[in-house]
Design a protein around this ligand. Sequence first.
Ligand code: NZQ
Ligand code: ZN
Length: 390
Amino acid sequence: MNNFTFCTPTRYLFGRDTEKETGRLTAGEMKSHNVLLVYGGQSAIRSGLLDRVRLSLTDAGVTFCELGGVKPNPTDDRVYEGIALAREKKIDGLVAVGGGSVIDTAKAIAAGTLYDGDFWDFYAGKTPVEKALPVGVVLTIPAAGSEGSGNSVITRIDGLHKISLRTDMVLRPKFAVMNPALTCTLPPYQTASGIADMMAHIMERYFSPTDNVEVTDRLSEGLLKAIIGEAAKVMATPDDYESRANIMWAGTLAHNGICGCGRAEDWTSHFMEHEISAVYNVTHGAGLAVVFPAWLTFMADVAPSKPAQFARRVFGVENRDDKGAALEGVSALKAFFGSIGLPVSFAELGIASPDIDLLVSKLHENKGDLVGGYRKLSPVETKAIYMLML
Ligand code: NZQ
Ligand code: ZN
């Protein structure tokens, strides 16, 4: 096991009606009194959530301005707009109402507002984020895990570069309000995509070159098994509060860092997917349902031991040969994704003729000559993995 630090300072307020506490947490936990309220397209308006949050802020004496209409796979133009607004209104914090796209936009604005330069410098790796305005979250979709992570993923429209920025602490939300009942309005495809995304967050950490991480391994396997079990229930009964609650909490634990303790991580599948969603604007989690089985198929050949453990412990595969077990695990994972309505190939994702050479060149332009932690992959190898998605 490697040395590690683990600190997850976000205050999670979990359960029914918790959005009514947003104002109290903003003024108290965040110590912000004039905030930028960031939200997405229609869902939070339609459900009345946005009005409840506005009322809660007002009741707590918090003033606010608004940036709405953030789209999935969020782009830099909204971040620049938000930074200009934040400076003009002299805000002292941000409240994000939505999912990963909204939260990541709020985080980028939080960092960019206090930076005397182009916020994209952080994403381009030119300079680290040293300070940011505090961010609070009202989560409406369990998926990206941004409510508990220090990360933010933004697409630069010029050149379609979708880049993930990772910070240890500075971009972790101060609080996350998590009411599972708010997720009952999610369309099935978004629910399923969120499930694939949170599973991928666990697996990116699980497929590690570090040995002797039995506790973190078992924690990860237990979470994966719980997600798979709850997924079947939530897809069959979308308004079942209990399974919504289990899925929502799993999404946070998948990505707040606890599944990475003591080990190096992989993240190849995410980087490969980010290129697909940058170029073809697909839903991130659905893209991962296509990428991860292909990556695992490749690994079954070249480094089968951990994929075999995954297959045996998560899917109960009994095959004693590592490669055989790993491949049975891939089939089980694909069957699971299929059972909740997710694609497992480019064609099923709606991309009839993907430009694989473009995806490979953008991947290595953004991430370097070799990509990955479980096994470092060259452009020839990442191309082979993209080909497995055809
Ligand atoms: O815009 P609205 O109308 O709200 O609709 C959204 C959006 O269309 C809808 N939605 C959200 N909550 C809803 C709802 N519809 C009905 N009822 C509700 N309660 O869902 C759609 C997707 O929203 P989005 O915020 O894009 O979803 P998600 O949370 O999956 O975020 C995806 C983004 O996060 C990034 C992804 O790459 C992608 O850009 N990620 C961020 C990470 C992080 N910051 O740590 C890690 C992840 O790996 C990921 O890369
Ligand atoms: Zn993800």
